[in-house]
Design a protein around this ligand. Structure first.
Ligand SMILES: Nc1ncnc2c1ncn2[C@@H]1O[C@H](COP(=O)(O)OP(=O)(O)OP(=O)(O)O)[C@@H](O)[C@H]1O
Length: 366
């Protein structure tokens, strides 16, 4: 699966822009601020219906305009498709496949999977657990629509349960039966999510370790640990354990007025030689780790779905030394990563890198 064509209208600084892509490597080069990252962001929109920069949708409409549209021709093994995203300033976002709107945006997730490697990935190391949970959820959702369904249901139940806890506190009342109604569906969806997260991380880990070694020539032992309150020796007991935790924490939850246990508290622990990478990793080591993580994500997604995700590489060469860039090129040659999009301010460097990759490439000067 690959993108044949892309048309942007009023998307950030791109008033009107059309591209015809290579099925293999596409590079956007140009000075700072010309809109290279914005093109990758448009591709990210096509994949998961939102920006990877965390902007609200309306911020992506070119200043002074009333809407943006992103349209792409996609070649798939079955037939070619057209995906169109339209965001009017005062109305709902629409995503259409072959002129038919999706009822829910979540129905589109997984059609055109993607993995992005960008300077913002460092947030995964430095930020709170929420950004790591989002990362985990986004990659699993792209491979499994029932995961996304369970997650949406789980989040709805947590919201309702927390609202009830707040109601109890505000009105100085309590009704154990009313609270208990939420426990059964919460533990059912929670256990499903736990199992899928756990399986995904198990598949990811050996590939990250292998890629880290290739990219960095590193001897450091890296690890990705799944930190969760739901871990049990026997996978059949996750629901029971979660229910026990909810019961144990009942008084605490009433005091805090929110649900303090569950998969919404999960986290990933990234370590190097058993110490958090955040504490001991140099900038280069952290960057190599993040690239290894994202490339491993791509392989696991490909193994699970049979679809090769688009690989979006934003400014990736900027902070890597020559030897790491060479190792990365070697890896791309080995693994056949599918369609790749690269941004760089330095045209010469990009030309030199893509020459060393045995694939067809196109360079777009913005
Ligand atoms: N809603 C918007 N309307 C118009 N222009 C916008 C909008 N949002 C962002 N821009 C412009 O987009 C440009 C930034 O684009 P982008 O981040 O893609 O640049 P870049 O080529 O990747 O730069 P760098 O090399 O610095 O990473 C800025 O000039 C910014 O003013």
């Amino acid at each position: 699966m690959f993108i044949l064509k892309l048309s942007l209208l009023n998307f950030k600084n791109h008033t009107e822009r059309h591209f015809e892509f290579s099925p293999e490597i596409n590079c956007f080069v140009g000075n700072n601020g010309v809109g290279k990252t914005n093109v990758l962001d448009a591709l990210h929109y096509l994949s998961v219906g939102k920006s990877f920069l965390g902007n609200t949708d309306a911020n992506n409409i070119a200043s002074g305009e009333d809407f943006f549209s992103i349209e792409a021709g996609i070649s798939t093994e079955e037939k070619d498709s057209i995906i169109k995203i339209i965001l009017p300033r005062d109305a709902k976002k629409l995503i259409k496949k072959n002129d038919k709107s999706y009822d829910r945006i979540s129905d589109h997730i997984g059609f055109l999977p993607s993995v992005i490697i960008s300077p913002y990935d460092s947030n995964l190391i430095t930020d709170s657990g929420e950004s790591r949970r989002k990362f985990l959820d986004s990659m699993i959702s792209q491979t499994d629509s029932t995961y996304l369904y369970s997650l949406i249901q789980y989040q709805k139940i947590i919201k309702q349960r927390n609202a009830l806890l707040k109601y109890f506190s505000k009105n100085r009342t309590y009704d154990a039966n009313a609270l208990e109604i939420y426990n059964q569906p919460l533990t059912k969806f929670g256990a499903e999510i736990y199992t899928k997260r756990s399986n995904f991380i198990t598949q990811l880990l050996p590939i990250i370790q292998q890629y880290y070694e290739i990219i960095s020539n590193g001897i450091e032992k890296i690890n990705v640990g799944y930190e969760t309150q739901l871990h049990t020796e026997n996978s059949d007991e996750v629901e029971t354990r979660f229910l026990a935790l909810l019961n144990q924490n009942n008084s605490r939850d009433r005091m805090l007025t929110y649900t303090s246990t569950g998969i919404h508290k999960d986290d990933l622990l990234f370590t190097m030689n058993e110490i958090p990478i955040k504490k001991i990793g140099s900038q280069g080591q952290q960057k190599s780790f993040l690239i290894a993580l994202k490339l491993a994500q791509m392989i696991v997604m490909k193994n699970l779905t049979g679809k090769t995700p688009l690989l979006l590489l934003d400014d990736i060469f900027d902070k890597l030394d020559d030897s790491r860039v060479s190792q990365l090129v070697k890896l791309v040659n080995q693994e056949h990563f599918g369609q790749i999009f690269i941004t760089d301010t330095n045209r010469e460097r990009t030309e030199n890198v893509v020459k060393r990759i045995n694939e067809e490439s196109r360079i777009f000067e913005l």
